[in-house]
Design a protein around this ligand. Sequence first.
Ligand code: BES
Ligand code: MN
Ligand code: ZN
Length: 496
Amino acid sequence: MDIKVKKADPLKQKTPCLVLAVYEGKLATSLLKDLDRALGGALGRAGRAGEFAGKHRQTLMLHGGPALAAERVLLVGLGKEKGSGFEHLRQAAGTAGTFLQERKITGLSVGLESFAVRGDSPERRAQAVTEGLLLGTYRFDRYRKEKAEELPPSLKQINLLTGDQAQARESRKGVENAQAICRGVALARDLVNEPGNVKAPEYLAQCARDLAREAGLGCTVLGPREVEEEGFGAMLGVAQGSVREPRLIVLEYRGGNGDASPIALVGKGVTFDAGGISLKPAEKMDEMKMDMAGAAAVLGTLLAASLLKLPVNLVGIVPAVENMPSGSAIRPGDILTSLSGRTIEVLNTDAEGRLILADALTYAKRFNPRVVIDLATLTGACIIALGHHATAVLGNHKGLVRQLVRAGGECGERLWELPLWDDYAAQLKSEVADVKNIGGRPAGTITAAAFLQKFASDFTWAHLDIAGTAWEEKGRAYIPRGGTGVGVRLLLEYLK
Ligand code: BES
Ligand code: MN
Ligand code: ZN
């Protein structure tokens, strides 16, 4: 896909389709009046007939008129101007992108002036519009071998039109940011969408190695023997039921001062979660290929951070395992000795994410991190609490949680804080070991975080439960069906 930014009059631009955004009820701007004239009054007639009012994500396509250089024009609604923000730009651009993609129109020109939003700058506006277009037209089609010609094509030529050269220069920066960010998101989505038979732990490891070579990152992969020698007992307990051997993946990006301590990003990498001996029900078990979405977010963030040359040091840590039932699997009642030395009574083998994260958090300490953030599709309870509209955040440091919540609001990946009061930890008391891996029905997302907290006491830490946000069932605005790549944009915004 080729994206160009240029100074041009939208109405004089030759293009298969001109895309303009319209606020609700604002059909009389000078640009739209000029457009209506160029179309011989077609826009006014459509408006009066009630076919288009600029409502949120509403679309209207009109074909060229006597004085319009474009073959067509697509109007896309931004909704009410009051209270609008960058999220509305991304949604409108994503809506326009998919609309055209479904109709196999692959060249478009966007009148950026029409996408003006309160508090914006040419750079941020262009970034939001480009993100919406790139993320909205992402597709995972690699296994659709038959009738490939019927699949929606990718966009080929995008022109972003600005009023003057200075704006064009600024906008180009926004486009470059968006391209880097969206590469990270697309990588994360690809990894999540990949089926479980393909993405064994070693697949994630190889992906990390390839990434390291491409982006100039440091990469270390510990195999089963090294993991055993080091004493990752909790992680090994989960892995022992699968014939696919575990990997502990470490990626390092050094964009900051040589001696500055890094921010550690830890991602749950369960490549398939059948539940183990505490087997999950058959219905929707297929979706558990997404149980490595935390890992995917970490890999995507490291890729994008290096493309963006962010001035920070990062270390990504991914414990990668498969959780399967078998004759060699852990049993309910087994006791594991974690890397920290703490013993864990495993009462439900389906609460495996916290086991591998416990060891990964303990391991993170070796990097002397300034901050540790973990991302995990950790609990079904999180979907009960927040549905699919927010990621849960919990942590041991108010300031970090506040910064993450703010970053989420900026980028459209919203977070909601749940409490992590000491009281909850009582639910994890074991009679036979130091801690047990389930805390009963009440507050499942919080007790899972309380479990992790025991392994994160030595540093500033936040936990993101992305169980409800990592997978999109139907597809909306700029989030197609499947893996969402959640976490990548959030972390990049936080790091920025
Ligand atoms: N990976 C699941 C959580 C999950 C569920 C993520 C649905 C996305 C969608 C996790 O490993 C799990 O099975 N958690 C259990 C914990 C319980 C046994 C304490 C759960 O939520 O049921
Ligand atoms: Mn599970
Ligand atoms: Zn899981």
